[in-house]
Design a protein around this ligand. Structure first.
Ligand code: CUA
Length: 177
């Protein structure tokens, strides 16, 4: 079988690119440990309440230790359930003291949603059947918008909440405005 000179060059170029890209991918996945946010933890999307973390009273912000918080969220079209405040109103804003470590745990009851706290490193895909989790340290004060960045239907643009990183550590953690 005879290959034209240029065809050979392009075949080598294509093959070498493939090997290079696979090597980069392998390096990221196996050496750097880059993996999907779900960490493989699974959950029944039709019965997320079976997991204690996603029962209504455990949703939203919970202080677990000094400077340590957990935020449990149930996403569904087209809303992030962050629990209810003392008056029974849905929480749409959480306040986290600056410098604290926060573990976000998010599940979806229906379709794929996004979970992005714009301006921070928090950016996850939330897939039915998986618990997406990510631990971050929030060191920048300010108001950040939590939003859905995976198109999920007609109300996609209405899926948002507010995360405020505050200086004052004594602030009320369930403060809802
Ligand atoms: Cu949920 Cu877009």
């Amino acid at each position: 079988m005879h290959f034209h000179k240029y065809e050979k060059i392009w075949l080598i170029f294509g093959g070498a690119s493939l090997v290079l890209f696979l090597a980069i991918l392998g390096f990221g996945a196996f050496y750097l440990g880059t993996h999907p946010q779900s960490h493989g933890a699974i959950i029944d999307p039709e019965n997320v309440e079976a997991n204690e973390a996603f029962q209504k009273e455990n949703l939203g912000l919970t202080k677990v230790d000094e400077d340590k918080y957990i935020v449990n969220v149930v996403a569904s079209a087209f809303h992030y359930d962050l629990g209810n405040d003392d008056n029974g109103n849905a929480v749409s804003r959480i306040e986290i003291p600056k410098g604290s470590t926060v573990l976000f745990q998010v599940v979806t009851k229906d379709v794929v949603h996004g979970f992005n706290v714009a301006g921070t490193n928090v950016n996850m895909m939330v897939e039915p059947g998986y618990i997406s989790s990510m631990e971050v340290q929030l060191n920048k004060t300010g108001e950040f918008t939590l939003l859905c960045n995976e198109y999920c239907g007609v109300g996609h643009h209405m899926m948002f909440a507010t995360v405020e990183v505050v200086d004052d550590e004594s602030s009320n953690e369930t403060a809802a405005k």
